[in-house]
Design a binder for this molecule. Structure first.
Ligand SMILES: *[C@@H]1O[C@H](CO)[C@@H](O)[C@H](O)[C@H]1NC(C)=O
Ligand SMILES: *[C@@H]1O[C@H](CO)[C@@H](O)[C@H](O)[C@H]1NC(C)=O
Length: 836
């Protein structure tokens, strides 16, 4: 327990009484800050420094907004100093009435973070009320025959103060006939009673005048007086007598006005008018008269108004029965009020923190709830709960306060808004309850990464697509709100490296549409893979990756290419030789073709378009193999021509043609003359080709001589006579520098090395070798004799030449044949040899 004494220190009774009281209510007063002040303090008096006692620093005060939350503002908090200040005059008697301990309970609220502190201010009594009699004069009639010892109860004096300041004693002025006794009513109030000391004698004194004084225990004591005037009457009758001195009755608080409570009866043994008894309330509070009616004649007591246990739990009614002779009797009625559960609990929401971020951890305080029930006992015990949502709990904070807290993870994407019903139920039978709905909005946090609709994408794109065509669309969703859910797309990586991705594909950041930036070519790029990223605009942003595989489909856009037989402007130069005795099925040659497309578009088939002798050769549809279909007959020509079409399987198909020249011969010598004086006058193109080649050969020879001349000039200048030998006979007559004055070392761009070795003729025909450097003259190999020998051999028809040609036909790489220069050179040589 935190206890703090204000500047009005605790008085003695607090030290003595308080520990005792506190031990009676340990729960109720725990966690409280307590001050003690005297009542009737001037406005703006300081009770104590609340900020200091709560442990708040004065600097924080503006932010914490410390304030008093109470129904009646007796106190305020000074916002600068944190002092608790008296806001209004406090009259203890008005607030607490007769209660011995007057405590003002209220709460103070501090914000950021929200906190509630319970404060109790004990209001001490001061002696500000004097004892007062209701009447300043009391008239009594006492019969002269009244016996000594008879008592006459008198109205008590009232003093609103409590404890020592309340009424303490009565005293009577000194007199001969009367004494004073102090009695207590069943509810503990002191009232005076006159006691007759001696018999009265009306004839002696028909009147007696007394002064009754009531004194309280204050310091200084205060007092009030009343005068008692006693008239001594003649004769004595029988006084009325009540059937009971004390009546007890129990009433439920919810009885309606006019409810019959009880009937008191007094009897008088007198007869006639002397027995007519009238009843009246005697010496009772205004409170009693407000709630109860007494029938003067019958003594019936009924209720007058709605009773409320919360206002008073019991009443004491004093009733006087009087006969016409003013003889009276008294009785008292104890009315106990039974509490009914007539007040529903109230739920008050002090503060709600909404919207709540969805990532708030379990245990986040959302609202402060206060409950109140005016009933007492079990009827006033309130139990509070959140209905229907396991994600929220109410935690009892203190006394009647509850904290509404989260008890699990929240997800705005699942539930963006909660209507929480908070129900308070009391412990009555049957219980009463009330509820309140707190609307809680959940605010968005970027807690969802974009999610692609597919784990990976694959698209087929036919080649030769138009540049700029959209080829695919990727799409990712993000359930977050606003920018947290706005997705943009980008290309992260690809396997196109080192090619530039951007020259191949691009993606629209907004729509996720993927565009081709160029026409794709299946023959160059069959497939590629992109890694695309979707990113939201949250902070920090979240992203997801996905792969997109683009397969470039084939179109039949490539014509079959015939590798063998090579197609040139003079394709007739090539021939295949078939032995005359070839059996049917003899493999003559094979048409070789390729197609850059794939699949069906590259599945080639071979067809004979034209044959000089149909039926003599067969062509493998798929293999391209040319075989003899039957043996050569007597009437068949030795030279045959086949026009072959090569067609692919595309839709529509593309095709190429090749011409095959087949010659039936048993040796090459047999073929060559046949070839050389091939008439073919019908083909002027072949003739033209022939002259072209001859011209080329002549130019080449002239060029060779020019080269040899240049080299010989250079050799002569270097005066190396031993290396000069081979050209001396023809070239030495003219000195080099005169003929070609500009030729000097380094000016010749290439040196040509012409080497035709007799031994090498059987292996490779490496006849022209271009080297980009000047070859030193000593290394120049020049075999004049073998050159001449070779040409002579050709003249004489020595088999050397035919061997070499066959070698050339079959050893020459197909690719070299394809290159125009390669085939031209080959043919040049061929014709050169033939011509010579
Ligand atoms: C919560 O209550 C409000 C107002 O009655 C209503 O408009 C809203 O739809 C309710 N929300 C839910 C989630 O029930
Ligand atoms: C996406 O890929 C990038 C680069 O490879 C990587 O840094 C990032 O972590 C990936 N993101 C996810 C969500 O996997």
């Amino acid at each position: 327990m935190k206890a703090s004494a204000g500047r009005y220190g605790l008085v003695w009774w607090l030290q003595v009484l308080l520990p005792f009281l506190l031990s009676l209510f340990p729960g109720a007063l725990s966690d409280q800050i307590r001050y003690s002040i005297p009542e009737e303090l001037a406005k703006n008096s300081v009770v104590g420094n609340l900020a200091k006692d709560l442990g708040l620093s004065v600097r924080d005060l503006p932010a914490r907004k410390l304030r008093v939350s109470a129904e009646k503002e007796y106190f305020t908090v000074n916002p600068e100093s944190g002092d608790l200040i008296v806001g209004d005059k406090i009259d203890r008697e008005q607030i607490c009435g007769k209660q011995p301990l007057c405590v003002l309970d209220f709460d103070t609220v501090a914000e950021n973070p929200l906190n509630i502190f319970h404060i109790a201010v004990i209001v001490q009594d001061i002696n500000d009320n004097t004892p007062l009699f209701k009447q300043s004069k009391i008239h009594l009639k006492i019969g002269e025959s009244t016996k000594p010892g008879t008592t006459f109860p008198l109205d008590p004096a009232l003093d609103s103060d409590v404890g020592p300041n309340s009424l303490q004693r009565y005293h009577l002025n000194d007199n001969e006939y009367f004494d004073l006794a102090e009695k207590r009513t069943p509810d503990g109030r002191k009232y005076p009673e006159l006691i007759l000391k001696h018999s009265l004698d009306r004839e002696e004194h028909s009147f007696h005048q007394l002064v009754l004084t009531a004194v309280d225990g204050g310091d200084p004591p205060q007092s009030g007086t009343t005068q008692i005037r006693i008239q001594v009457t003649d004769a004595n009758d029988n006084p009325p007598v009540f059937s009971q001195d004390v009546y007890r009755v129990t009433l439920r608080e919810d009885v309606p006005p006019g409810f019959f409570v009880l009937q008191v009866t007094a009897t008088d043994r007198d007869e006639g008018i002397n027995a007519e008894i009238t009843y009246s309330f005697h010496n009772v509070d205004e409170q009693v008269k407000r709630f109860f009616n007494l029938n003067e004649k019958t003594g019936e007591i009924t209720t007058k108004d709605d009773l409320d246990f919360e206002i008073a739990s019991s009443y004491t009614l004093s009733i006087e029965a009087k006969d016409p002779g003013d003889l009276a009797a008294h009785c008292s009625i104890q009315v106990e009020i039974l509490d009914e559960n007539d007040c529903a609990p109230e739920v008050i929401v002090t503060s709600v923190f909404t919207p709540l971020p969805e990532d708030s951890p379990p245990g986040t305080v959302i609202a402060l709830i206060k409950t109140r029930d005016r009933d007492s006992g079990e009827n006033g015990e309130v139990y509070c709960q959140v209905l229907g949502n396991a994600k929220f709990i109410l935690k009892s904070s203190s006394k009647n306060y509850y904290k509404l807290m989260t008890d699990g993870a929240l997800d705005r994407e699942e539930i963006p808004e909660y209507n929480l019903t908070i129900t308070a139920t009391d412990g009555g039978k049957p219980p009463l309850s009330s509820s309140i709905i707190v609307t809680l909005h959940i605010s968005d946090v970027n807690d969802n990464a974009p999610l692609f609709q597919q784990t990976c994408y694959m698209v087929h794109v036919a080649e030769n697509n138009p540049p700029g065509a959209s080829i695919a669309q990727i799409s990712a969703s993000d359930p977050d709100l606003g920018p947290n859910g706005q997705v943009s797309y980008s290309i992260l990586a690809s396997d196109l490296e080192p090619r530039k991705i951007l020259s191949y594909v691009s993606v629209s950041a907004q729509s996720g549409v993927v565009f081709a930036q160029r026409a794709f070519d299946h023959e160059q790029l069959r497939a590629f893979e992109l890694t695309l990223q979707a990113t939201d605009q949250g902070s920090p942003a979240l992203s997801a990756n996905v792969s997109l595989r683009v397969l470039v489909g084939d179109l039949n856009d490539n014509v079959p290419l015939v590798l063998y037989p090579a197609l040139g402007p003079d394709g007739s130069a090539l021939f295949d030789m078939v032995p005359r005795a070839a059996e049917p099925g003899y493999l003559v040659t094979k048409v070789v073709a390729v197609d850059a497309d794939s699949g069906h578009n590259a599945w080639l088939s071979y067809h004979v378009l034209q044959a000089s002798e149909p039926g003599l050769f067969s062509l493998g549809l798929r293999t391209g193999e040319v075989r003899t279909a039957r043996a050569l007959g007597e009437r068949d020509a030795a030279r045959q021509r086949l026009l072959v079409a090569v067609r692919d399987g595309g839709q529509p198909p593309l095709s190429a043609t090749a011409t095959l020249h087949l010659i039936f011969a048993d040796s090459l010598q047999e073929v060559l003359p046949d070839l050389s004086d091939r008439p073919e006058p019908s083909d002027p193109q072949t003739e033209l080709q022939f002259y072209l080649v001859v011209a080329l050969a002549l130019i080449s020879v002239l060029f060779l001589f020019a080269v040899i001349l240049a080299i010989s000039l250079r050799l002569r200048r270097s005066s190396s006579s031993d290396a000069w030998g081979c050209f001396q006979s023809s070239q030495c007559s003219k000195p080099g520098p005169e003929v070609l004055p500009n030729y000097s070392e380094g000016t010749l761009p290439f040196s040509y090395n012409l080497c035709v070795a007799s031994q090498s003729a059987k292996t490779k025909f490496n006849f022209l070798n271009v080297t980009p450097e000047l070859v030193p003259s000593q290394d120049l190999l020049c075999d004049n004799a073998s050159w001449e020998q070779n040409t002579n051999h050709a003249d004489a028809g020595v088999p050397f030449a035919s061997d070499t040609i066959l070698k050339i036909c079959y050893d020459w790489d197909f690719r070299q044949l394809l290159s125009p220069s390669g085939s031209l050179l080959f043919k040049f040589l061929f014709y050169f040899l033939l011509a010579s």
